[in-house]
Write a protein that binds this ligand. Structure first.
Ligand code: SF4
Length: 68
């Protein structure tokens, strides 16, 4: 049986893929912040709007944001 798509509402940033562009921080500051070390991180997944997060995921140059 193939794996089902992950439909959870939590997401993470892979620091190894993140370029530190901060586009996600600018677009969704309620979910992301700049670590100050050329990466972003997730600060909260509360109240997630899947469409907005998926738009940021798609635009992320490192493809670093993933559903958990
Ligand atoms: S958009 Fe992607 S590459 Fe840019 S800071 Fe966010 S996670 Fe990192």
């Amino acid at each position: 049986m193939p794996d089902l798509p992950d439909t959870s509402q939590e997401f993470t940033v892979d620091p190894d893929l993140c370029t530190g562009c901060n586009d996600c921080v600018k677009a969704l500051p309620q979910h992301f912040r700049d670590t100050g070390e050329d990466t972003a991180e997730v600060i909260s997944c509360a109240g997630v709007d899947r469409a907005k997060v998926e738009a940021v995921m798609k635009a992320c140059p490192g493809k670093a944001i993933k559903w958990r």
